[in-house]
Design a protein around this ligand. Structure first.
Ligand SMILES: Nc1ncnc2c1ncn2[C@@H]1O[C@H](COP(=O)(O)OP(=O)(O)OP(=O)(O)O)[C@@H](O)[C@H]1O
Ligand SMILES: [Mg+2]
Length: 244
């Protein structure tokens, strides 16, 4: 479970997340939507320990992040990054490693898993994202959709408490979006905890249990996707959804 309590984040004098309190339950998929600049990526980056923050706290299981500089929080930041998997819009695979090598990397080098064991697991994960036939391929030999699925397998290889995905399909060619969404739908069905920033409203509606709308650094809607999308309470949400 992830608990965010009264989180505040500033860039310089600008408050970009203000007083955010929210709990993400295990096994649930939460979609995070809202207008550009609302703070979606920043929120995800705080939860993953990629950004520090100014007030409040973030708890992932028994690990607690508190305000402060990266140095002070170094231990907790490293620990959190191992607990929470992150998938970005740009997949950033290691270009000199194969799909298999990319998925094995962190378990071997960060967790000390034996190469033999890591290989078995990586193969199973690549199979799970529909890439058992591409294990030996290098990133430049794969499509964007394939690379993104490798990135998802790579994040899963660390057995994350939760998977955070920041617009995982928005850098893809339209015909490649479906294959990545299919993988995410499957993971959702299997009970993988996910927090996904997305512009794919249909996906959010079908695959998530809960939708949050972030606007101006605050959560302005929080509820089942049908409720948020069909009966938004906030004028800004109606405008964002084109219901204005
Ligand atoms: N490193 C940074 N330095 C200064 N300001 C930043 C930085 N990163 C983000 N911001 C600002 O914080 C606010 C929130 O940005 P964020 O990237 O979280 O929004 P977003 O909801 O993810 O938007 P988008 O849908 O465009 O990805 C924006 O006003 C942005 O300009
Ligand atoms: Mg963003």
């Amino acid at each position: 479970m992830i608990t965010i309590d009264k989180l505040q984040k500033k860039f310089g004098d600008r408050v970009v997340l203000s007083d955010i309190s929210v709990t993400f339950e295990k096994g649930k998929v939460v979609s995070l939507i809202g207008p550009s600049g609302g703070g979606k990526s920043t929120l995800l980056r705080c939860v993953n320990g990629l950004e520090t923050f100014d007030a409040g706290s973030i708890t992932v299981d028994d690990l607690k992040l508190e305000p402060g500089d990266a140095k002070k929080n170094k231990h907790a930041l490293l620990a959190i990054r191992q607990r929470v998997g992150m998938v970005f819009q740009q997949w950033n695979l290691f270009s000199h490693r194969t799909a298999l090598g990319n998925v094995m990397e962190a378990p071997v080098h960060v967790k000390g898993v034996s190469p033999a064991q890591a290989t078995e697991r990586a193969k199973a994960l690549l199979d799970r994202v529909g890439l058992s036939h591409r294990m030996g391929a290098y990133p430049h030999e794969m499509s964007g959709g394939e690379q993104q699925r490798v990135a998802i397998a790579r994040a899963l290889a660390m057995d994350p408490e939760a998977l955070l995905l920041d617009e995982p399909t928005s850098a893809l060619d339209p015909e490649r979006v479906g294959e990545v969404l299919d993988v995410l739908r499957k993971l959702a069905k299997e009970g993988q905890t996910m927090l996904v920033v997305t512009h794919e409203m249909r996906f959010a509606r079908e695959a998530s249990h809960r939708t949050l709308v972030l606007h101006g650094g605050a959560i302005i809607e929080d509820g089942p996707p049908e409720q948020v999308m069909d009966h938004p309470t906030h004028e800004r949400t109606r405008a964002f959804l084109g219901k204005g």
